[in-house]
Design a protein around this ligand. Structure first.
Ligand SMILES: Nc1ncnc2c1ncn2[C@@H]1O[C@H](COP(=O)(O)OP(=O)(O)OP(=O)(O)O)[C@@H](O)[C@H]1O
Ligand SMILES: O=P(O)(O)OC[C@H]1O[C@H](OP(=O)(O)OP(=O)(O)O)[C@H](O)[C@@H]1O
Ligand SMILES: O=C(O)c1cccnc1
Length: 492
């Protein structure tokens, strides 16, 4: 994997704040949480992705002489501070959920515990990486869900918002469930399957469709998917494809991984007709693949219409997450360590209760039903809390505390989601391969109910607060609100 120094990939304000902390001698150890508030496309879950690139970014964080020269040229940074930057290395700790984990709103997915200057610098790049890849992994997961067990190929590079989103989008798409990508550089960088067929231009470059198919089949007999819609799908494309398959068979070529691609017209109607024609000619195992501005909703609809498509190429809508172009991950200060090593909880007030942050140095547990192995709920709690799944556990909705569920001891299991990635500046985690992450992600999705995965009004997985965290949040909230109102000018 190519690594790049992305140290200046940040918002200017992170560095101006760093200089402020430097000037005021602030060396506090702080906790920042990365979490998101709303699931993309109104879905019932998201898929975490991008951690490997966050790790690469943190490992290579270093202000080069060129970076320092550039910052000096801005005329806002003191020499002493620039000297500090030139020796900068990340010395903190990072905890994160593994890539491919299904995640829900408000729970920390990356937690940084570090001196304030370092933690502040990381904000923008961590969000940039996690937000992009989690968005595309989530979208891919939805598209693959609609395709049921059919293969989905990621075809979006030409429409991605620039090279980086094409490359890392392809990575994320495979994490989310795609069986491959047309993006060759992504294939090389991440060791993921590259796949493809051919374009209309191939057919058009020959005097006729038959010769174009024949030449392609000769070159690629074991991956022979012929694009049949250049002239007339049913009158020309399918008959010519059948003729080619018959000739291959007659020549003793073992036909496998062969078939046709539809790229226009009514995909339900055409695929049924094409299936019948292929079957009647004895090519029952020929694949019918389809592309053309597909997304999860169209694929779901095509399935309902009984389309005979078993392989899907999805480009623009997947790589750009067209209906939801941003993943709203945020990075919020949650605690500051005092001189005795205790974490003092910090909270961000808001008129909107959803936006009031969860204070303290926290972790997240996932609670599963012991029998079905499906998720019951997630529990955000303080890091030091210990649970015993043999004991009863009362879960309650933090915004409507009368909504309660008592889990009987012995009927549930718990798993801590945040795992150590960096320990005091040292990376202690080895990222799995992308294909291993995909496999893990498939198992993660098996812990969801179908009700969580549907596209319209999906059932919500509850993300609750432990009793201790709930009371701490109320206490900090009340103290801060009182302080706020005692400082406010009184109304006349
Ligand atoms: N049976 C179907 N049900 C719902 N949507 C479909 C169906 N068949 C195709 N579509 C979708 O309709 C959209 C437009 O297809 P349409 O046939 O109008 O244009 P087209 O086939 O792209 O035409 P051309 O490529 O020749 O310009 C595409 O997103 C396609 O995936
Ligand atoms: O999901 P999609 O964005 O459709 O991605 C895949 C499309 O890309 C290619 O054609 P291209 O879009 O370049 O041209 P076309 O629309 O004229 O077929 C291909 O034939 C697919 O239709
Ligand atoms: O290989 C294909 O069929 C392909 C690749 C990119 C975009 N559309 C189609």
């Amino acid at each position: 994997m190519r690594t790049q120094n992305l140290t200046l990939l940040t918002d200017l304000y992170e560095i101006t704040m760093m200089q402020g902390y430097f000037e005021t001698g602030n060396q506090d150890i702080v906790v920042f949480d990365t979490f998101y508030r709303e699931t993309p496309s109104g879905g019932g879950y998201a898929v975490a992705a991008g951690l490997e690139q966050v790790i690469d970014y943190v490992k290579t964080l270093q202000f080069t002489p060129d970076d320092i020269r550039y910052l000096r040229s801005l005329n806002i940074f003191q020499e002493e501070f620039l000297k500090y930057l030139s020796n900068f290395r990340f010395s903190g700790s990072i905890y994160a959920v593994p890539e491919g984990t299904v995640i829900f709103p408000r729970e920390p997915i990356v937690k940084i515990v570090a001196p304030i200057m370092e933690a502040q610098l990381l904000e923008t790049a961590v969000l940039n990486i996690i937000n992009h890849q989690s968005l595309i992994a989530t979208k891919a997961s939805r598209v693959c869900y609609a395709a049921q067990n059919d293969g989905v190929m990621e075809f979006g590079l030409r429409r991605a918002q620039g090279p980086d989103s094409g490359i890392y989008g392809a990575r994320a798409a495979v994490i989310g469930g795609c069986c491959g990508t047309s993006n060759v550089l992504a294939g090389q960088l991440f060791d993921i399957p590259v796949k493809g067929t051919h374009a209309h231009s191939w057919i058009m470059s020959f005097p006729d469709e038959y010769t174009a198919f024949k030449t392609y089949a000769k070159l690629y007999p074991t991956a022979c998917i012929l694009l049949i819609d250049t002239y007339d799908t049913l009158k020309s494309g399918v008959p010519n494809a059948i003729r080619i398959f018959q000739e291959m068979k007659a020549a003793g070529i073992e036909l496998k991984n062969y078939g046709v691609r539809l790229d226009s017209g009514d995909l339900a109607y055409l695929s049924k007709k094409v299936r019948r024609m292929l079957d009647e000619a004895g090519f029952e195992d020929a694949v019918i693949s389809a592309s053309n501005d597909l997304d999860e909703y169209l694929i779901e609809s095509l399935k309902i219409q009984g389309a005979k498509i078993t392989s899907w190429g999805v480009g623009t809508s997947l790589i750009t997450s067209r209906d939801c172009p941003a993943f709203g991950g945020v990075y919020k200060l949650a605690a500051i360590q005092d001189k005795n090593g205790n974490f003092i909880p910090k909270i961000k007030l808001s008129e909107n209760t959803e936006k009031v942050t969860n204070p303290g140095n926290k972790t997240v547990y996932r609670i599963y039903d012991k029998e079905s192995k499906k998720i019951r709920a997630d529990l955000i709690c303080l890091e030091e809390e210990v649970f015993n799944s043999e004991e009863d556990l009362l879960l309650f909705d933090p915004n409507a505390t009368w909504k309660r569920t008592l889990l009987t001891g012995g009927t549930y299991t718990m798993r801590e989601l945040l795992i150590p990635i960096f320990d005091k500046g040292k990376c202690i985690y080895t990222s799995p391969s992308v294909m291993e992450i995909q496999e893990y992600c498939t198992k993660e999705k098996d812990t969801l109910w179908n009700e969580n995965m549907r596209f319209v009004n999906p059932a919500e997985i509850y993300v609750d607060l432990s009793d201790k965290l709930y009371h701490l949040k109320n206490k900090v909230f009340n103290e801060l609100s009182e302080a706020k109102y005692s400082q406010a000018p009184s109304r006349v």
